[in-house]
Each structure stands twice: as C-alpha cells, then as structure tokens.
Design a protein around this ligand. Structure first.
Ligand SMILES: Cc1cc2nc3c(=O)[nH]c(=O)nc-3n(C[C@H](O)[C@H](O)[C@H](O)COP(=O)(O)OP(=O)(O)OC[C@H]3O[C@@H](n4cnc5c(N)ncnc54)[C@H](O)[C@@H]3O)c2cc1C
Length: 423
C-alpha cells in the first residue's frame, strides 16, 4: 500500500498544480496556498489522522510518513502545512476529543475549510515545554475560562480558524501536572486576541511563523480537550506521534538535496568529463545516498513501532528525528558544494533546499532534546555511528559498513525498558 501511496504522491508533486503552488509560495511566502490545499483534499492528505466517519482517510503512520516524505521532497514548506494539519492537530483532536468536538472539527479539517495550529511554544518556554506560562483561569460568573499570555513560533496561526492550545491551569511549580489543553476558535474579531504580522523567516515558504497573544480571551467549558490537568499527556503523545512525520519531512528534504546534486553532477562538465564521472564526486554521492536511505529506514522503523503499539515507540521516533534532521542539513550543504558557485545562487533549487533544511534540527524538540531521550534508552556510541559521516568528501564508500549490515544490526537493538530507565 505504501508503494502505491508513494507513487500517487510523487505524481501529484510532479504535476503542474503542485509546481505552481511551489512558485506561488516562493513568490508570496505569507500567502495561504489555497489551491495547493484544495488539491491535497483530492489526495486525502488533510485528514490522515481522522477516521472515515469524520471525513478522514485514516492512514497508518507508515503511510503518512510516505506522503509527508514525498511532499517535502517536492517542497518543504508546503509539506509542513499538511503535516501540522494532521499529526500535530488532527491527531490530538481525534485521540482525545469528545464526539462533539470530533464531529465539529475533523470533517472541516479534512476538506481544508478549517486550518488548525498547534500552540505550545512561548516566548520564555520552548524546549522547557512543561514550564509554559499562558494561563487559563475560571471566568467569574460564566461557564468557561479566560486565557492570558502569548504563544510564539506557531506555524500558520495567522490563518488558522482553530488552535490546539496548551495552557497552565495549575501552579507554575506543578509543571507538567498543571497543564490543560483547549480547542480555541480563532477569528480576527475575537475579543482579546491579537496576531501580529508573521516573522520573516529563513525558509519553508508556504507556512508562516506567528505569535498569538491572548489578553483575557474567553473560551467555554466545552472547549477543553480531554480533562483538566491532562495537558501534558496530550502534548507529549502528540509530539511523539508527530515526530515521525517531522523525521519523514527531513528525509524528503534530504532526498531533494540528493536529487538536485545528482542532476547537476550529470550535466556539469569539468576537466573534460561530467562531475559524476570524477571518482571523488561519485563517492560523495554514494555516501549521501547511503545516509538518506539509512534515515528513511529509521523513519519507517519508528512508524512500524508505533503501529505495533510499542510503549518504546517514542525512542525510535526521537532517533529518527535526530538522525534524519542532521542528515537533511548535511545533505543540503554537501549538495550545495557539488553545485559549485551555482549552489549559491538564490534561483537554484538547492539554495532553497539548504534554507528549508536548517530548521529541522530545531522544531518539535531541538536536537539536544532528542539526544537526551535517545541516550537514556540506547547505546550512545552506536547512535553516534548513525550520524552523517565526517569528511565525506575524502572517503571511499567501500570504507563504510554496508547499509544492509547496519540495518540488520539496528533490527536487533532493544531499547532499555521504561522500568530500567526510571529506576
Ligand atoms: C519554523 C518553526 C515552526 C515552528 N512551529 C511551531 C508550532 O507550530 N507550534 C509550536 O508550539 N512551536 C513551534 N515552533 C517552536 C519550536 O518547537 C521551538 O523553537 C523549539 O522547541 C525550541 O524552543 P526555543 O526556540 O525556545 O529554543 P530554546 O528552548 O531556548 O533552546 C535553544 C537551544 O538550546 C538547546 N537546549 C535547550 N534546552 C536544552 C537542554 N535542556 N539541554 C541541552 N540543550 C538544550 C537546543 O539546542 C535548543 O535549540 C516552531 C519553530 C520554528 C523555527
């Protein structure tokens, strides 16, 4: 099934409508890519985390990863818009929402009528997500809550009609135990809400990066997602699920860098022959290919563990995110090198891919945070061996362990059990 899905998504990405969306997004980075989203509906990729009863396509983590990888291979920012709608927003609503919430939001999300954002990060709390400070307190004499505080770095919040919002309902000292999530309907005339102009960011055009300020914004009791104080469970579960999709996005970007490098090396002549005919270039491309395939394997492994309900699936998701995001930036940088001076020209796809790749190590849990998770459960030295190889431009791929042997070894890895780690 994943092969069919990959083929369909590739056709979609190579089609005229997608290519127009890429051009539009690059020309107008803050515009809503509506045509693109409408076409995504045909592919069923705006409701991937929702069952068919709510208009969704109910795809498995592997199928979702396949679609996100191919979309990001076509354009990272458009892929991100799809990803946020699904694994960061559709998933928590479908998993923790009431019947009424699911009926109200999921079908409109699947048709692209309703765009949703995920609001966790704040000006003073990014990696330290358990410390968030935006408060929700009971509204006097009304059946609801008042929200006060700010969210920062929120993808597409300027255009979203709904936000999955993490709030503090307990004391600051209660950390993760004092968090509650609300589904807050956003509109420009909502009293107390402001959404300043989105940040001017480095890459990933087609998705915006926003601040959202809540100054005593009222939400009714029915807007609570899950239960009071269940916030950390919802946030954590969502991030663990979505990390597989982000890792898939990273693989898609790494593949697009490799595609661009292979194409250029197959056209550019130097010293009387094509670049790819020079052994150091051929070796370099082979090493990049090996690393991209390793990252792809790790993503699919993480998806497989999630599908098997493995309680340690989150370790595989963090490992995939860590290695794939390092690989994306590395592959983009090396592919740029293989373009020579042309790689530094903004009109060339590789310069966009390079800009797009830089954020993968930062969002949905920065690389240092993934390292903390991974090294608690896996052998540190073995994990270090999965990073992109040092000095790839001086190496012979024959000196590296063949990929099938590396994968066969990883297949045997057993993360330390939860009981061992917490004791
Ligand atoms: C393009 C983009 C889109 C985003 N979309 C969203 C979104 O939709 N919703 C949302 O809620 N957030 C979103 N974010 C926010 C993103 O998740 C945060 O930027 C990220 O979690 C890091 O938080 P921070 O920026 O506050 O960095 P900080 O927490 O200040 O950390 C800075 C750096 O310090 C290091 N570091 C931090 N803590 C530790 C530690 N304990 N040990 C070792 N090193 C550490 C890490 O390298 C980290 O990158 C987005 C960010 C970007 C750039």
């Amino acid at each position: 099934m994943s092969d069919e899905i990959r083929e369909m998504t590739r056709e979609f990405v190579q089609g005229a409508a997608f290519q127009k969306a890429v051009a539009d997004a690059e020309r107008e980075p803050y515009a809503v890519p509506l045509d693109f989203l409408r076409r995504c509906v045909e592919l069923g990729c705006l409701g991937m985390d929702a069952p068919e009863a709510y208009g969704g396509s109910d795809l498995s983590p592997s199928e979702q990863a396949t679609i996100i990888e191919e979309l990001a291979r076509g354009h990272a920012g458009l892929g991100l818009a799809v990803l946020v709608q699904n694994s960061l927003c559709g998933y928590p609503i479908n998993t923790f929402g009431t019947e009424e919430q699911k009926r109200k939001y999921l079908p409109r999300m699947a048709t692209g009528e309703l765009l949703v954002s995920f609001g966790l990060s704040e000006p003073k709390n990014g990696s330290d997500a358990k410390g968030i400070q935006l408060t929700a307190r009971r509204a006097d004499g009304r059946d609801g809550w008042l929200l006060k505080g700010a969210k920062r770095w929120i993808t597409n919040a300027d255009r979203a009609g709904l936000i999955v919002l993490a709030t503090r309902t307990g004391t600051v000292e209660s950390r993760g135990r004092g968090l509650t999530v609300f589904l807050v309907e956003l509109s420009d005339d909502l009293p107390g809400l402001s959404r300043p102009t989105p940040y001017n960011k480095l890459g990933q055009a087609g998705s915006t990066l926003c601040e959202v300020i809540f100054d005593d914004v009222f939400v009714p009791d029915g807007a609570m997602l899950g239960e009071l104080s269940q916030g950390w469970e919802i946030i954590n579960s969502t991030l663990e699920h979505s990390r597989v999709a982000i890792a898939a996005q990273a693989v898609g970007i790494a593949r697009s860098a490799l595609d661009a490098a292979e194409e250029y090396a197959g056209q550019r002549m130097q010293f009387g022959k094509l670049l790819r005919e020079h052994p150091p270039v051929a070796n370099h491309l082979a090493i990049m290919r090996r690393q991209v395939e390793l990252s792809h394997y790790l993503v699919m492994r993480a998806a497989r563990q999630e599908e098997a309900d493995d309680p340690l699936a989150f370790v595989w998701a963090s490992l995939a995110k860590l290695i794939a995001s390092e690989t994306a930036l590395w592959a983009a940088g090396d592919a740029m090198l293989l373009h020579g001076g042309m790689g530094y020209v903004n009109d060339m796809p590789i310069s966009r891919i390079f800009r797009d790749s830089a954020v993968l190590r930062i969002y949905e849990g920065a690389a240092h945070i993934q390292v903390k998770i991974v090294e608690r459960y896996l052998d540190r030295d073995k994990v270090i061996g999965l990073f992109p190889p040092q000095a790839a431009l001086m190496r012979d791929p024959a000196d590296l362990t063949p990929l099938d042997e590396v994968i066969a070894e990883i297949e045997m890895w057993q993360p330390r059990s939860l009981a061992t780690v917490s004791s």
